[in-house]
Ligand binder design. Structure first.
Ligand code: FNR
Length: 342
């Protein structure tokens, strides 16, 4: 497969990718995945309505770009120059016009746009989003065509498979005809959970039938080491692979020379969380998902009681780093306010 590598046009061929995960894939986790060797990082799913309500702000203190919801002043999407060439923003949508508008809102700060066509949650299905689109191919294609025409950056979609292999291949051919740059395929049907085997042969059939890159997904249960990523790639016949749950537990899975211990991974994560002033509840949630049952130790108990980033950092011997950074940020914020007043 021919794919021109250049910084402006993201290439999806032969890539190892951090798959989208709600609440997990905020900026610190995406930067961590890039540090460890991921080639592309997806954001969590962001709903079109919310993105359309956002305004863009250059955050001088953090050296980030923030998209802030006008209705409640929350940061919906924070990004920075380090990830600009590698970050794909995933949109949850049920409407072509809204999807196109949402994509245009963020276009200048991301490398690609993805449309979620695989989420099996009630919230998505009832709103005609996520996996509901698999059963409404005309709507799915209209959304993709609208976004492809609206933006200059590549557009992809991420689907689940249908019960029948031929129906799945036929659907993928329709989706590919809209001009998408790649399709991510999670090899499970809507009602299947992670305990069910991933239908790798479905992904292989899709990959053989399409002439755009297919990104294999759903292999986390069998991915324990970097070599397993390559095995998953080979068994699905895809050139690219997308990993969610294994990376959620230990993001250093992307390291070619082997995984790091959890203590190091959490410290590396916390550096980014502090540097980009990530909110404490989100940082805590991400670390909780790394720790799993280690939370039952004394350190785990203290961690569960923590409410600020400072307290969390203290537990991983980063207390001084956090204090110094926060002090510097407060000073810069004060200076910024001062300049604005003069
Ligand atoms: C997900 N997944 C997901 N998928 C998606 O398209 N958008 C999303 O926002 C999310 N959110 C999300 C959160 C969490 C905590 C998990 C574990 C998963 C699904 C994910 O991207 C992937 O398709 C599946 O987890 C299967 O891949 P793995 O885990 O076997 O690598």
């Amino acid at each position: 497969m021919v794919c021109m590598e250049n910084i402006k046009q993201l290439c999806y061929d032969n890539k190892i990718i951090l798959a989208p995960m709600v609440r997990i894939n905020t900026l610190p986790m995406r930067l961590l995945a890039l540090d460890y060797g991921a080639d592309i990082v997806y954001t969590e799913e962001l709903i079109d309505h919310r993105l359309i309500r956002c305004y863009r702000k250059v955050n001088e203190t953090l050296q980030s770009i923030d998209y802030i919801d006008k209705s409640d002043a929350t940061v919906v999407f924070r990004t920075c120059s380090r990830e600009k060439a590698y970050v794909v923003l995933q949109i949850g949508t049920s409407d072509p016009e809204r999807a196109a508008k949402a994509a245009q809102v963020v276009e200048q700060d991301v490398a690609g746009i993805d449309i979620n066509m695989g989420c099996p949650k009630d919230f998505s299905l009832k709103g005609g989003m996520g996996a509901a689109l698999l059963f409404n191919p005309d709507k799915a294609c209209a959304i993709l065509s609208a976004v492809v025409s609206a933006v200059k950056i590549p557009v992809t979609c991420k689907i689940r498979v249908l019960e029948d292999i031929d129906d799945t291949v036929a659907l993928c051919k329709k989706l590919a005809a809209t001009g998408v740059a790649a399709i991510g395929v999670h090899g499970r049907i809507i009602k299947e959970r992670p305990i069910h085997p991933n239908r790798n042969h479905f992904i292989k059939a899709i990959s053989e039938a399409l002439n755009i890159p297919v990104i294999a997904n759903g292999g986390s249960k069998e991915i324990k080491a970097f070599e397993d990523i390559i095995k998953f790639k080979n068994v699905t016949g895809c050139s690219s692979v997308m990993i969610a749950r294994t990376a959620e537990k230990n993001c250093s899975i992307f390291k070619k020379d082997g995984k790091l211990d959890l203590f190091t991974v959490i410290r590396d994560y916390l550096h980014h969380a502090v540097d980009y002033d990530n909110v404490a509840p989100n940082s805590k949630y991400c670390i909780q998902n790394m720790l799993q049952n280690i939370q039952e130790t004394e350190q785990g108990r203290l961690f569960l009681e923590s409410t600020s980033l400072q307290q969390i950092c203290d537990l991983w011997e980063l207390g001084d780093y956090c204090r110094q950074k926060q002090k510097k940020m407060n000073y810069l914020r004060f200076e910024e306010r001062d300049v604005a007043c003069n």
